[in-house]
Design a protein around this ligand. Structure first.
Ligand code: URA
Length: 307
């Protein structure tokens, strides 16, 4: 005889937990239904429904009320059937969020990001503004905003590309495997999270750790630039090619870019910026550590020189 889930419900729950853990490991982070859903039909039905539910016109205060008809209306038409209600549940809710997000044309999203970032007078305000910002669809699939870690008053700021799974779960940048390597790299020159500030160009995890699109980067860029301006470090360290290319406005590859100090216009002053290999790259390519070590020594020397 085969045991059913009802016989041992705790085994069944632990099987489900194992399957979910496996999916998470494999990078699955969005649950979607198997049957396709026609969102256009849903929104047409929604519009039709709101048309039929429009409140009756209210007479102007100085107009006499319409005459009351006491005769029964033989020809009164039955009310039209209500349009089907939108499907309830998480998927519909997120689909509604998605349509709000995708209806903003790309250029408009970048412009509203610029304006929102400009309005932030402090790092706390910037975090709150980012938390409420709806112009980047990554926000919908991420668990939470990953704003920053470390000391915002530090002289050195490290900026990575985008949070991964561990960062998404903890809400802090560089807390997974590459974060542990970053901690070692910082420790090698006497830094830790009390003496360095850490953030990412993209503050929401891209689903399955995919590469952020150019549009997502463009929308998030005004926020990280404002974050750098408000933190006002003396030295900016770009971790990896995507971070360096976004912040230093170049298409040069990281192998050529790394190890050279460049000027970065923060908005209020010029600060020194340097790019080095991303810790995740170094985990895959340990030979690169030799060059990254040189870059960290250059950061140490610049800090010792007072800039
Ligand atoms: N990689 C990044 O670029 N940032 C993180 O926070 C973690 C991994």
């Amino acid at each position: 005889m085969t045991a059913t889930p009802q016989d041992h419900p705790e085994d069944h729950l632990s099987d489900i937990a194992d399957i979910l853990a496996f999916y998470l490991e494999a990078g699955v982070d969005v649950a979607v239904g198997e049957a396709p859903v026609d969102r256009f039909a849903e929104s047409a039905a929604e519009q039709a429904r709101s048309r039929t539910q429009r409140p009756p016109a209210v007479p102007a205060p100085d107009m006499p009320p319409p005459p009351t008809v006491s005769r029964p209306q033989a020809s009164a038409r039955p009310a039209p059937p209500a349009a089907p209600a939108p499907r309830s549940g998480t998927l519909s809710a997120s689909a509604a969020g998605a349509s709000a997000l995708v209806t903003q044309p790309p250029d408009e999203a970048v412009m509203s990001a610029r304006e929102a970032a400009r309005n932030a007078e402090s790092l706390d305000a910037l975090r709150a503004i980012l938390d409420g910002f709806e112009g980047c669809a990554l926000k919908r699939t991420a668990t939470r905003l990953v704003f920053a870690d470390g000391n915002p008053k530090a002289k050195v700021m490290f900026v990575g590309e985008a949070p991964g799974r561990d960062e998404d779960q903890q809400g802090l940048p560089f807390v997974g495997r590459s974060g542990r390597l970053l901690d070692l790299m910082m420790a090698a020159i006497g830094l830790d999270r009390t003496s360095a500030y850490i953030a990412n160009v993209i503050p929401w995890r891209p689903p399955g750790n995919r590469t952020p699109t150019p549009q997502e980067t463009a929308v998030c860029l005004p926020f990280i630039k404002r974050q750098i301006e408000l933190a006002d470090p003396d030295i900016l360290v770009c971790l990896g090619g995507p971070s360096a290319q976004a912040l230093l406005a170049t298409t040069e590859g990281i192998t050529r870019l790394r190890g050279r100090f460049m000027d970065y216009e923060s908005g209020t002053r010029t600060i020194r910026a340097i790019a080095t290999f991303h810790p995740a790259y170094l985990l895959r390519t340990p030979l690169g550590k030799r060059l990254a070590w040189r870059d960290m020594l250059a950061v140490e020397a610049a800090l010792a020189n007072g800039h």
